[in-house]
Design a protein around this ligand. Structure first.
Ligand SMILES: Nc1ncnc2c1ncn2[C@@H]1O[C@H](COP(=O)(O)OP(=O)(O)OP(=O)(O)O)[C@@H](O)[C@H]1O
Ligand SMILES: [Mg+2]
Length: 227
């Protein structure tokens, strides 16, 4: 399996506190990795470093073999927009825009004209079970529908990696199962890898592998057989 994203010897300190100490992680083509662990263990810090949002104090982050942690801020933010997609717990959709324009936004930021961007955005509605909801504003969507719109927005740029931090954290169990199923399957179909932080073992079990983080270190690295 070819490695899409790797972190080697990652260290992050906040003042005298060490949030991550010497973490190694590799994510393969179409691989999905769940990051679990107690609150404050360093899960979000690890995700943010891999995604080029936070810079490590030690170690390296490589995207298809190229170091990204040393890129300047402009190149790094362009790389994040083009090659990564993001799904967060909530509050990521712009309330005044219809769902299809929320999905189209990353394309428009890259210079695609609005009409073409919206047309491309609409293609993601059927695979995510969102047919007919294109014109709804986020306030007119259920929590699960809003998260599926956020997934469409993460995928519309056809990224190399989708990063999700507690994407089902605000959903009930039935809805979160539905959302994580779609997140893992549609991401894989698109050809992207997935790195997801979750507290929920049932959600994590939809990923190929689970990484346990404890006190800023990897405590366990398990393989799930595909369900
Ligand atoms: N910007 C920051 N400044 C100072 N300390 C921080 C900062 N971000 C995170 N930390 C600290 O680093 C440690 C790891 O935080 P992190 O957010 O990665 O935990 P987490 O595993 O995602 O927790 P949770 O499950 O609660 O989201 C914690 O002790 C946290 O207080
Ligand atoms: Mg967190």
């Amino acid at each position: 399996m070819s490695i899409v994203l790797a972190g080697h010897g990652l260290v992050k300190k906040y003042g005298s506190a060490t949030a991550l100490s010497s973490v190694d992680v590799e994510v393969g083509e179409r691989d999905s990795l769940a990051i679990m662990g107690p609150s404050g263990s360093g899960k979000s810090t690890l995700l943010h470093i891999l995604a080029g949002i936070v810079r490590p104090d030690g170690g390296q982050v490589l995207l298809r073999g190229e170091r990204i942690d040393t890129l300047g801020e402009n190149r790094l933010s362009a790389l994040r927009r083009k090659r990564f997609g993001f799904v967060f717990q909530f509050g990521q959709l712009l309330p005044e825009l219809p769902a299809e324009e929320n999905v189209a936004l990353p394309l428009m930021l890259e210079g695609t004209p609005r009409g073409r961007a919206v047309e491309q955005a609409r293609r993601w509605f059927a695979p995510l079970g969102l047919d007919g909801l294109e014109k709804r504003r986020p306030g007119q969507l259920s929590g699960g529908q809003a998260q599926r719109v956020a997934i469409a927005r993460a995928l519309v740029v056809e990224p190399d990696v989708v990063f999700a931090d507690e994407p089902t954290g605000a959903l009930d169990q039935t809805t979160s199962t539905e959302v994580v199923r779609l997140l893992t399957s549609v991401t894989r179909d698109q050809g992207a890898a997935l790195v997801m932080v979750t507290h929920d073992a049932e959600v994590a079990a939809h990923c190929d592998r689970v990484l346990q983080v404890r006190d800023g270190r990897i405590s366990n690295h398990s393989q799930y057989t595909a369900a």
